[in-house]
Design a protein around this ligand. Structure first.
Ligand SMILES: Cc1cc2nc3c(=O)[nH]c(=O)nc-3n(C[C@H](O)[C@H](O)[C@H](O)COP(=O)(O)OP(=O)(O)OC[C@H]3O[C@@H](n4cnc5c(N)ncnc54)[C@H](O)[C@@H]3O)c2cc1C
Length: 457
């Protein structure tokens, strides 16, 4: 017998958008007003902008994995798993739990915040040989991998093997790729001093992008400053260039160059989570097309936000622009969507989302940084203070703030020990292995599944 009479709110994804939404729902709704459930494969909210610092060892992985169970006040029921399909008609979300059980979760209101996955192209060898920089496991793995290249090059007597192990390629000149290349170059630059047999001149980092500029959002002057900093540090930047093919020991650029390397890091943009396609609803460049209130027109109780939704960017006017996929928008949308869900629940009117971009911060490691808060162009130490201050204050819990600050101080004072943990040794760990993109159902499979299992209330 069904004894639940409260409306059921289901939030999918515990990232910037999902966690902000859940915390606000918990604060603003009384426990007998609605049941809140969160579906998430991991027990933490990942602070993605600091991922390059985990890869380079400035921060430990735990410091940017913010606990979802830090307080007794957190009363949301958490289902450990991933949503693999949503049936809008019967209002059921199909979930694969972390033990591979398939369960149906009915809802009255659903908030879709599964974020994005790495955007790949049909480039031969790409998904088999490239690493991504989108999950905590990938960042930790890349760190081990880079250190192991130094270890193996040091042990090798073969000059060709040494050369290929000491070249590194990062594709993507957005902030994710630029920060990744910059932070990892600092890692190898510092680490090589502990390998007296290795010639530091053999270490070479390449940062490439098909676009004519790095991080165009920074503007011409600041973008050139960022390039100048990277070039000064020996990172070779190739613009208007991409990858033609990737192999286990070499990468071919579209300009014909063949780079011997065992390290290809692919950060060339993101696309909405494949969960969005399972709805069979209208999308804009793969993101769910929602109204400025972040609800799905024609489907009561369905909301989407963050990287997975095409939320109109009203601050830019009415010309069809959508909010860029940034943490800055996702966390504000999370709060806003919670208010709109509550308004819908209480029969009140919903508000449109408007946020004017606050700018961009880019941490290039050490005292190198460029930032553009509120349109003010900063370089060097002031830019770094703004970048770190911004990220630090955006971390959700005081314990996470303390961990990050302690790690920054420790790293500044004591440096890095360049320890290779070996956790992932001999395990497949390329792009295709980390983002579980083949787990999702098609809209037809979702329907068949719901019809076959019956709707559980
Ligand atoms: C390296 C890097 C650096 C960045 N730097 C910046 C920066 O400096 N400033 C900035 O504003 N933005 C930055 N971003 C972008 C920013 O992190 C994203 O825009 C932001 O995380 C989007 O928030 P979200 O909640 O939509 O998605 P996410 O934060 O990615 O959260 C999505 C959550 O959903 C979970 N999930 C995925 N699929 C499912 C499923 N099927 N079922 C259930 N749960 C699921 C994921 O595990 C994750 O927890 C950076 C991103 C990267 C990768």
């Amino acid at each position: 017998m069904n004894t639940v009479t409260r409306p059921r709110i289901l939030v999918v994804g515990a990232g910037f958008a999902g966690v902000e939404c859940v915390r606000r729902l918990e604060r603003k709704l009384s426990p007998d007003e609605a049941d809140v459930t969160l579906v998430t494969p991991f027990a933490y909210q990942l602070y993605l902008p600091l991922l390059p610092q985990v890869a380079s060892g400035v921060l430990t992985p735990q410091s940017i994995a913010v606990s979802l169970r830090r307080s007794k006040k957190y009363r949301t029921r958490i289902i450990p798993g991933g949503a693999i399909g949503v049936d809008l008609k019967s209002k059921v979300c199909v979930i694969r739990t972390i033990t591979d059980q398939i369960v149906n979760e009915p809802y009255d209101y659903i908030v879709l915040a599964p974020g994005s996955i790495t955007r790949t192209f049909d480039i031969p060898g790409l998904t088999d040989h490239a690493f991504g920089m989108k999950t905590l496991a990938e960042a930790a793995y890349i760190r081990d991998h880079v250190i192991s290249q130094l270890d193996l090059a040091d042990a090798s007597q073969d000059p060709d093997e040494r050369a290929s192990r000491l070249q590194f390629v990062v594709v993507g000149g957005g902030y994710a790729g630029t920060e990744t290349a910059a932070c990892l170059q600092r890692l190898t630059h510092a680490a090589v001093k502990r390998y007296p047999r290795l010639d530091p001149g053999l270490i070479k980092w390449h940062l490439i992008d098909i676009a004519p500029k790095l991080m165009p959002e920074l503007g011409d002057k600041l973008g050139s400053s960022a390039q100048e900093i990277l070039r000064r540090r020996g990172i070779e930047i190739s613009l208007g260039t991409s990858i033609a093919k990737a192999g286990p020991e070499e990468v071919t650029f579209t300009d014909g160059r063949v780079i011997p390397t065992r390290t290809l890091i692919w950060t060339a943009g993101v696309v909405a989570s494949p969960l969005i396609a399972t709805l069979g609803a209208e999308t804009v460049k793969g993101r769910l097309a929602v109204a400025p209130e972040m609800n799905l027109p024609g489907n009561d109780g369905v909301f989407a936000l963050g990287d997975s939704a095409a939320v109109p960017d009203l601050a830019k006017g009415d010309d069809g622009a959508m909010c860029p996929p940034t943490a800055q928008h996702a966390l504000r949308q999370g709060k806003h969507v919670a208010d709109n869900v509550i308004a819908a629940l209480r029969g009140q009117s919903m508000q449109r989302y408007v946020h004017k971009d606050l700018g961009l911060v880019v941490d290039l490691g050490g005292t190198d940084a460029v930032s553009k808060p509120l349109g003010i162009e900063l370089r060097g130490l002031p830019a770094q203070a703004v970048a770190r201050g911004y990220h630090w204050s955006a971390l959700r819990t005081n314990v996470a703030k303390t961990r990050v600050m302690t790690n920054w101080l420790l790293n500044a004072v004591a440096g890095d020990d360049f320890v290779r943990t070996g956790f992932q040794t001999r395990k497949a760990a390329r792009l295709k292995d980390f983002e579980y993109t083949d787990a999702y159902l098609t809209p037809e499979q979702v329907r068949e599944h719901i019809e076959g299992t019956g709707r559980r209330d």
